[in-house]
Design a protein around this ligand. Structure first.
Ligand code: FES
Ligand code: FES
Length: 206
């Protein structure tokens, strides 16, 4: 193996090990957010380059099949390979929630999920919520309550809300507060975000 190849290979392993370790180190909250091996099909390593894999997933109802470096995160896959830039890069270490998307019905930090882990999954991003010009009730509720200020965290807040309300359609405020606790807002719009979640719950029942 050429020195250059060996360096890249080592970096790839280090990055992967870091991502796995980081995900585990975040404790109980994050462990519920990361897809389990049972959720994912095994990625297909390419014959020509073991550092790359073919990943297949459905994003917002559209099937994609792409060959990517093994170390590609789901967030990078969405933003750089599919140009779906609604999910944001905040901390890049499973702490802020700005990168949240829904994978097989669960809210997931896409910055610490590898694209290959999502192989075979159904992924929903903020771009897939509205139906044409009709906003999703959660989006309507966030607008109604101004559940944002700068908006950087908002797509993550909304996608966590989506997974939560699909699971718990009529939550109490305490349940909603706990469900949203993995999504930080540097503008501290928490009161209005909570109001948005509760209104979204009512709108989704209507
Ligand atoms: S960017 Fe993923 S949790 Fe912060
Ligand atoms: S609205 Fe600015 S970080 Fe949440």
């Amino acid at each position: 193996m050429a020195d250059e190849d060996r360096d890249h290979s080592d970096l790839s392993v280090t990055r992967r090990a870091f991502l796995k370790g980081g995900a585990l180190a975040t404790g109980a909250l994050s462990s519920t957010l990361i897809p389990t091996p049972a959720d994912a099909q095994l990625p297909v390593a390419t014959e020509s380059d073991p550092r790359r894999s073919v990943v297949e997933m459905t994003v917002n109802g559209v099937a994609y099949r792409k060959e990517v470096p093994n170390r590609t995160t789901l967030l990078q896959f969405l933003r750089e390979h599919l140009t779906l830039t609604g999910a944001k890069m905040g901390c890049d270490r499973a702490q802020c929630g700005a990168c949240t998307v829904v994978v097989n019905g669960r809210n997931v930090y896409s910055c610490t999920t590898l694209a290959v882990e999502a192989t075979g999954a159904e992924v929903l991003t903020i771009e897939g919520l509205a139906k044409g010009d009709a906003l999703h009730p959660i989006q309507q509720a966030f607008i109604q309550h101004s559940g944002f200020q700068c908006g950087f965290c908002t797509s993550g807040q909304i996608m966590t809300t989506k997974a939560f309300l699909d699971r718990v359609p009529r939550p109490t405020e305490d349940e909603a507060r706990r469900a949203m606790s993995g999504n930080l807002c540097r503008c501290a719009a928490y009161k209005r975000i909570l109001e948005s979640v509760m209104t979204a719950s009512r709108l989704m029942q209507a």
